[in-house]
Design a protein around this ligand. Structure first.
Ligand SMILES: [Zn+2]
Length: 102
């Protein structure tokens, strides 16, 4: 089970975007990577083609999950994700407040 889900609020803990917060847009479980709105943006200059105008395009690149920390929606703290079993269902919990995450 993956620790992060789309729409989780995270904090970037290292790299050029250190300190930025954002919501997860996509999760790439096989690569252990995620994309976050407004984080790890690269600018690309593009020339005119049939389908696009020339200009600067911003591309959100995936970032390694090791570089981010989850912000708990319950206690609002930077935390790590743990897992508990509720019956047969594995749930994510905040390691700080033990609150169950969606
Ligand atoms: Zn918490």
């Amino acid at each position: 089970m993956f620790k992060f889900k789309v729409a989780d609020l995270i904090l970037v803990t290292t790299g050029k975007d250190k300190g930025k917060k954002g919501k997860i847009e996509k999760v790439f479980t096989t690569d252990n990577k995620i994309t976050i709105a407004g984080v790890n943006i690269y600018k690309r200059h593009k020339k005119v083609t049939k389908n696009q105008a020339a200009g600067i395009y911003e591309i959100t690149r995936p970032i390694d999950v090791a570089k981010v920390a989850l912000i708990c929606p319950k206690c609002q703290k930077q935390t790590r994700v743990g897992f508990v079993l509720e019956g047969k269902v594995k749930k994510r919990i905040c390691k700080k407040c033990k609150g169950i995450l969606s």
